[in-house]
Design a binder for this molecule. Structure first.
Ligand SMILES: Nc1ncnc2c1ncn2[C@@H]1O[C@H](COP(=O)(O)OP(=O)(O)OP(=O)(O)O)[C@@H](O)[C@H]1O
Ligand SMILES: [Mg+2]
Length: 893
């Protein structure tokens, strides 16, 4: 049956059930009054009044409140002429009214002016002074005194009932309350809350309680897919649209209002502005949720130009533009990884209202154990060294389980790997954490153990190498991410549904005792995500792990959609143990038992790193976030398509990452949290490698500091301590000129080696670390216009020069950074040049060697160039070999 507007009985039933009415009552009402939403509501409420004495006062309250409100009386006819935006609170009342017996009268001050936010909780702490747009932060804007307490408790209680019904949670978190109260007050809202804190609920609840549609803009299809799947389990209908959507009818259905939540990528929403306006007029749009909103800003990570165009939402869905709206449709923007600069950019770029509420919680995830380890991350010998523990975790579990099951001979259908009920403890050995893990020479032992394992390991999932591409996944367009096209009709949440979320689990144990308790916990097996920079590595590492019996799979945008869909599903179902992925997987993905996030190679930014690390420990239990990076190399992974501005920003972000990896004395969580502009109130996380192992032994580097500063200052003609020491005898003119024009750090280091026997064999890595420390102390600064990951053309600052001139015997104690430790602990040089090569690069050593070669040894007959031309080319090219040959030939003559 259809009403005049073409609404079917099923649609009305669906909508009423979503509002929280009992299925049987709804069916009865629709059978009685036909497919009219408003009349059915009235019927239900009146029949409640008839049927139940307890609820009579509730119904009365509902009616009287409407009356007092003077907004609109409960309609008994079709609602085409209603102002949809003003009906949000009506739905609260009807939904709540159905569920509870309550005698308290609902206060009548419900207009947006009086709708302040509830008491700001301890999670909403910031009123970032740098927020512009006259944005009101929670503290400033909470007119708690204006809000009648009765009403405040009332709506929360009603939402609580709906939450319990749909999601199984008993209460909202404080920041969720803040966001919802902003929405209730028809205000825009920017939610900045930690990964895994529950931001999605902030835009999902309005869809359930208002009976209108919520449109969510999301950057990744995998994320949309993830959320739709979850919502359908919770009885909420949702779908996602995208350019890869094969089912055209789905878009049509969604735009007719058949789904409570529509997920779209920014490109699609821009295309659908007109039909969405029609949707707003018919069923109504409660809210635009802009998830992962940091993608708006080119100062953040994962910048998506189309996200920036979302400013059209404000313009096209405002009350001034659409006459049927009473209020602008609110925007709710959400992210877990936005620096202060990015936040400002979001507010401006999206044209968010000057009244925007900023809800800010702590970014600290106290159950995440961060650590950094040195690895070359490039070859299978590195895999052997770095992944043997991981392989142990999964294969030991398998072995134990196999033993337990030998008699019963129970095997599952997945290559003999059976899900264990109890995971054996697999606490990582702390002595191997962090920067003390700098010895690469212990590969042999690991190799043996792994070789043995390999021979005994049974089948894993072999990965195809058909898709080997050494490309980097960066955000180009959502097309790349289409892994499934789906429509997710809400199933009624089943009674025995596995409800895992509870505030006790997810709320970070910020109290010291609770964090200390985490330290005692063994790390469960759970799932692992390994993030790698290139697509090729996803395949090679997944393949490597499979060889040892780990259920691993690769995930990158170039793989077939069917494969990606399967991987996604099997990961969630715990069939797969490890996913080796590029950035194409992860943002927003919510799986409770991810125990390990391994970054294998430098990430592009700390934002991306923290975002990806945030996939771990979403059940509140201990989880590891390990960064394996080549500490002897400067990271250089940049987005392929970038403007000049973006290049600068990309370098800056890499530099921040690099400093994070190099740090040996500051708590990792502190660095990460402070990076997002938050004061880290805990001093230490107590879990990370730095907190557990403590900083390295302090070193007095006064002498080295003096010499480096002197050389730098001398070349900049500032110190007067030396005459510039261009002892150019050995230096070629070109080299000297180059040095004078643009003296770089490497040249300064070689100058130091030239001038002092003590430092002749010192390593570039060590000096590089010292230069970074001096830059941190503001003794030197970058002399180049470009931004470099590591200071490249150092020049002294005023402070540095003052320090030099201030003669004293004081020590200059520093904690050696990771690259300095690396160089101190290695017998072999870590410099780009091996000792032999370094010698040739050094003019003094080169001269000495040439002399030695000329006098002591009979010079080897230089290999005759094939012809004069090639000899000439060698000389012209000025190659080392060419120069040597020329010199030797000259001596011979
Ligand atoms: N009020 C609540 N009480 C208990 N659990 C909750 C509550 N709200 C949300 N959760 C749970 O928190 C988990 C994380 O939620 P969600 O995916 O929304 O996090 P998020 O903040 O969006 O994280 P990310 O930034 O990584 O996307 C979910 O499993 C969800 O069920
Ligand atoms: Mg999210």
């Amino acid at each position: 049956m259809m009403d005049d507007n073409g609404t079917s009985s099923d649609q009305v039933i669906h909508r009423l059930v979503e509002m929280g009415f009992e299925n049987s009552i709804v069916k009865e009402a629709v059978e009685e009054v036909g497919p009219s939403f408003d009349v059915a509501v009235e019927y239900i409420l009146n029949s409640s009044h008839r049927d139940n004495r307890d609820v009579s006062s509730r119904t009365q309250t509902f009616r009287s409140s409407r009356k007092n409100l003077g907004k609109r009386s409960l309609p008994s006819q079709h609602s085409a002429d209603l102002m949809r935006q003003s009906s949000i609170l009506d739905h609260f009342q009807s939904a709540g009214g159905q569920k509870r017996s309550r005698t308290k009268a609902v206060p009548t001050i419900l207009d947006s002016q009086s709708m302040g936010s509830p008491c700001p909780g301890e999670e909403c702490t910031d009123s970032s002074p740098s927020m512009n747009c006259n944005t009101k932060t929670i503290q400033e804007s909470s007119p708690i005194h204006c809000l009648q307490e009765d009403f405040k408790s009332d709506w929360e209680e009603k939402v609580g009932i709906i939450m319990q019904k749909h999601f199984g949670y008993s209460s909202l978190k404080n920041f969720q309350k803040e966001a919802l109260s902003a929405w209730l007050a028809h205000k825009d809202c920017l939610v900045l809350a930690a990964t895994g804190s529950g931001k999605s609920l902030c835009f999902q609840i309005p869809a359930i309680i208002s009976g209108k549609v919520v449109v969510v803009i999301s950057p990744l299809i995998s994320l949309m897919h993830d959320q739709c799947l979850k919502l359908s389990k919770h009885g909420v209908s949702a779908c996602f649209l995208g350019s890869g959507q094969l089912d055209r009818s789905l878009e049509h259905k969604a735009l007719r209002g058949l789904y409570s939540i529509i997920y779209v990528c920014p490109e699609t929403v821009l295309r659908l502005i007109k039909p969405l306006q029609t949707l707003a007029e018919n069923r109504g749009i409660a809210l635009f949720g802009i998830d992962e909103v940091h993608c708006v800003s080119k100062w953040g990570h994962g910048f998506r130009p189309d996200y920036r165009k979302l400013s059209v939402l404000r313009e096209n869905f405002s009350a001034s533009n659409l006459k049927f709206l009473k209020y602008d449709i609110p925007l709710m923007a959400l992210t877990a990884t936005a620096t202060v600069r990015v936040r400002d950019d979001i507010l401006i770029s999206l044209c968010m209202s000057k009244e925007t509420r900023v809800v800010l919680t702590s970014f600290f995830r106290s159950n995440l154990r961060f650590s950094v380890r040195h690895s070359r991350t490039s070859s299978s010998s590195s895999y052997e060294k770095d992944f043997h523990q991981l392989i142990d975790v999964y294969t030991r579990r398998r072995t134990v389980h196999k033993k337990e099951n030998t008699n019963s001979k129970e095997m599952d259908s997945h290559g003999g790997i059976v899900k264990a009920d109890v995971f054996p403890p697999c606490v990582l050995d702390n002595s191997e954490n962090g920067c003390s893990d700098i010895d690469d020479d212990n590969d042999d032992d690991d190799e043996n153990s792994l070789k043995h394992k390999e021979s005994t390991a049974s089948e894993g999932q072999e990965m195809s190498v058909d898709y080997l591409e050494n490309e980097i996944d960066i955000f180009q367009s959502t097309n790349d991410w289409d892994v499934a096209c789906g429509e997710f009709c809400g199933e009624s949440p089943s009674k025995d549904m596995d409800i895992c979320g509870s505030s006790e689990l997810i709320d970070p144990p910020n109290k010291l005792e609770e964090r200390l308790k985490l330290l005692q916990e063994p790390l469960e097996c759970g799932s692992t995500i390994i993030y790698v920079p290139t697509r090729k590595e996803t395949l090679s590492i997944a393949k490597y792990l499979c060889r040892f019996g780990v259920k691993a799979a690769a995930y990158n945008a170039s793989l077939p959609k069917t494969h990606l869909r399967r991987v996604h599903k099997e990961f969630h179902e715990d069939v797969l143990q490890v996913i080796v992925a590029t950035v194409a997987f992860g943002m927003g993905i919510d799986k409770l038992n991810v125990r390990r996030i391994i970054h294998y190679g430098w990430p592009q930014s700390l934002e991306a790193y923290y975002q990806e690390a945030g996939r771990a420990g979403r059940d509140g239990k201990l989880a590891d976030c390990i960064l394996y990076a080549n500490l002897s190399r400067i990271p250089s992974l940049l987005p392929t398509q970038r403007s000049e501005d973006q290049t600068k920003q990309a370098y800056k972000m890499l530099a921040d990452c690099f400093r994070y990896g190099m740090s040996t004395s500051v708590c990792r969580a502190k660095i990460l949290v402070e990076y997002f502009g938050e004061d880290f109130s805990h001093e230490k996380c107590l879990l990370c490698d730095v907190c557990v192992n403590g900083p390295p032994e302090i070193k007095n580097v006064k002498e080295e500091l003096n010499i480096l500063m002197q050389v730098i200052a001398a070349y900049h003609g500032r110190s007067g301590l030396t005459d510039g020491c261009y002892d150019g005898e050995a230096s070629s003119d070109t080299r000297r000129r180059q040095f004078i024009e643009k003296p770089n750090l490497r040249m300064f280091i070689s100058k130091i080696r030239e001038q002092s026997q003590t430092y002749l064999a010192t390593d570039t890595l060590w000096w590089r670390g010292l230069a970074r420390i001096l830059e941190g102390k503001e003794f030197i600064t970058e002399g180049d216009d470009k931004i470099h990951v590591q200071i490249k053309y150092p020049k002294p600052t005023k402070l540095g020069l003052e320090f030099l001139q201030f003669e004293n015997d004081q020590t200059f104690n520093v904690y050696p950074e990771a690259d300095m430790l690396l160089s101190l602990n290695k017998s072999r040089s870590y410099s780009t040049f091996a000792d032999w090569g370094k010698g040739w690069a050094d003019p003094d050593i080169r001269r000495q060697r040439l002399e030695r070669m000329g006098s002591n040894r009979k010079p080897r007959k230089p290999r005759q160039p094939r012809n004069r031309q090639s000899r000439k080319r060698n000389q012209d090219l000025g190659t080392a070999r060419g120069r040597i040959q020329a010199k030797l030939l000259k001596q011979k003559q």
